[in-house]
Design a protein around this ligand. Sequence first.
Ligand code: FES
Length: 122
Amino acid sequence: MCGKPISVAEADRPAWIYLGPADLLGERDVLPIVVGRQQLILLRDGGRISAAERACPHEGADLSLGRCAAGRLFCPRHLASFDLRDGSVSPGWRFRSLRLFPVVSTPDGLWLEMDEDLLLMK
Ligand code: FES
């Protein structure tokens, strides 16, 4: 066996995945991205950038065709909207929240936090 064993402190640190340069979104507010085998979208609402699953939790519409406004992502099919702070769906709908994933912007570019939800997402 070779390689350095991973310490508990290292294992507890979140893993960050490089997505691209800080201006990856260009003029867009929604951009489809692929991370490993996961289809995601990169979102910008004002100055905040985050990531989310690409398929709407209602009937699977492609949310990369949606739009962001006033802190919400609007699904292009039935126009339900999702709060970009916690993924909760607009009133009147009964399905689960949108899965959101943290993104940080550094001078090196955009980084996605690889958490357990993302790894287990189907
Ligand atoms: S598919 Fe998105 S709200 Fe129905």
